[in-house]
Design a protein around this ligand. Structure first.
Ligand code: ADP
Length: 484
């Protein structure tokens, strides 16, 4: 616990490189830096190619449009080209039907000394050599250091073959200046991105941590034995699930703690009575009856039976504790439940002769079931001994095994005190004894039925009790009949 406390303090005071906050921050910074690097490389490596590709595509599209227009209406195509030349800053030249029409950035040129003669010649030569409908080439102007895209395509008029040639020359502005602009922008973008990622990382980790910190605080209180705390999982599904699980755990701890105290109280009480008896009778023998054989034997008999009672009590407690910690392994086999029940009945039959009981047994011939023979025997013995203990004046106890469909039902009926409706659901709980016991001199610890329940649950068997106050009770359980 002090460990948790010191950990909590540590996260607050010292830089903890394993904390969620630091990890989130590191990952966000990493993300921002990767994005910045990516942009930087894209700008430097690809922008030139990208720009040229875009320019070629744009010029091709323009040529295509002019070509289509020209086929229908040359005049319209020329005026369209003049507009486009102005708009895009390109040089456009029509060589058709012996006439040359030229626009340089939208300005029509009339003297025959047209610019870009060299580029036009080169494109024309490539057009005829390549024998393609259109060609494009890149040229570098040594004087200005400027690159140009030269595009040439044949023009047709009313399906006539190759009426003329259209040239479009587009300047390719040096990309370096663009890159410089973008790079200076990138510096700002980087600073903003880094600051943003720090903020988002802090905000995010704060949001994530709030429910975790609240859960940790509650867990510390829980470890101090404060069961009244509630775990709050905030708004995230995962933390809500965690808080839910911890709430269940704390409820279970509270229950266990309660049982623990309950157990100690019961055990000490239950052990104390026989121990007191043993001590008093031993003293009695020591002081009074030591020389009187009859009396001494009587007192020794009481000591022996109290010791037996102690022994039974302790082994019952052990069974309960094993059942409770799921530490019981069943030794399952196919066995005849009628034979086993008869065996148990036989041990109680002696009461018929000596104590005026009327214990009856009714059962079919033989029925096979699958389970732990010894444990089922223990269940039957517990139920019959309860019926005997709580039997009525008539001392009648009916044991019956009855086939119900594919199941076999074992039941024990008495005509005794019965159990009230309010208490009937509690009789299976450990250490529960009904109020009818109070003031009556009946031995019992309230453990027997909880052992019965534990064993039957392990066998997936149905069980229950029907009872009426003053009329008696019938305890029963059923098991599946096994195939022969
Ligand atoms: P105990 O050792 O007290 O008999 P059990 O777990 O066997 O413990 O039974 C729990 C309580 O259920 C008993 O104390 C008793 O009040 C009630 N009970 C059990 N069997 C019967 C019965 N056949 N008739 C009336 N009450 C019963």
């Amino acid at each position: 616990m002090s460990d948790i406390n010191s950990n909590m303090k540590m996260t607050k005071t010292k830089f903890d490189k394993k904390s969620i906050k630091t990890t989130t921050l590191a990952y966000f910074l990493l993300l921002a830096l990767s994005l910045i690097l990516l942009i930087f490389f894209l700008q430097n490596l690809f922008i030139k190619n990208y720009y040229e590709d875009m320019k070629i595509k744009e010029t091709k599209n323009l040529a295509k449009t002019i070509e289509v227009l020209y086929e229908k209406n040359p005049q319209k195509a020329i005026s369209y080209a003049s507009g486009k030349s102005l708009y895009t800053g390109t040089f456009i030249r029509f060589d058709a039907n012996g006439t040359t029409t030229v626009f340089d950035s939208g300005t029509p040129l009339y003297n025959s000394n047209y610019p870009f003669e060299y580029e036009v010649q080169s494109a024309r030569a490539k057009l005829s050599v390549d024998a393609l409908p259109s060609v494009s080439l890149l040229t570098d102007d040594k004087n200005s250091g400027m690159s140009r895209l030269v595009f040439a395509t044949y023009l047709r008029k009313n399906n006539d073959e190759n009426t003329g040639i259209l040239y479009i020359i587009a300047p390719l502005y040096p990309v370096q200046s663009t890159i410089s602009i973008l790079q200076s922008q990138l510096v700002y973008i980087s600073i903003i991105a880094l600051i943003l990622s720090i903020f988002i990382a802090f905000f995010l980790s704060d949001r994530l941590l709030r429910p975790i910190e609240s859960i940790t605080k509650s867990a510390i209180r829980l470890s101090q034995g404060k069961y009244d705390i509630k775990f709050n999982g905030g708004n995230f599904s995962e933390t809500i699930a965690l808080a839910g699980a911890l709430n269940t755990a704390s409820y279970e701890m509270q229950k266990t703690d309660f049982y623990h105290r309950d157990l100690i109280a019961n055990v000490s009480h239950d052990l104390k009575t026989p121990l007191t008896m043993i001590k008093s009778y031993a003293e009695m023998i020591y002081d009074i009856s030591g020389d009187n054989q009859a009396k001494r034997n009587e007192h020794l008999q009481i000591i022996i039976s109290e010791a037996d009672r102690l022994n039974n009590l302790v082994s019952d407690m052990l069974t309960v504790s094993k059942l409770q910690s799921n530490n019981v392994s069943l030794n399952k086999e196919k066995f005849d439940i009628v034979y086993i029940a008869k065996n148990v009945f036989d041990t109680f039959k002696i009461l018929n002769e000596h104590d005026g009981y009327n214990i009856t047994f009714e059962a079919p011939k033989s029925i096979l079931v699958f389970g732990d023979k010894e444990k089922i025997k223990q269940v039957m013995a517990n139920l019959i001994s309860n019926a005997v203990k709580y039997a009525g004046e008539d001392k009648v106890v009916n044991i019956e095994l009855k086939r119900i469909g594919r199941k076999i039902q074992f039941s024990v009926k008495d005509h005794g005190v019965g159990i009230s409706n309010e208490e009937i659901s509690h009789v299976w709980e450990r250490y529960y004894r009904t109020s009818a016991n109070h003031g009556r001199d009946i031995d019992g610890t309230g453990i027997g039925l909880s052992i019965v329940k534990g064993i039957l649950v392990l066998h997936n068997a149905d069980y229950g009790v029907k009872s009426k106050v003053g009329k008696g009770s019938t305890f029963w359980f059923t098991m599946d009949i096994a195939k022969k």
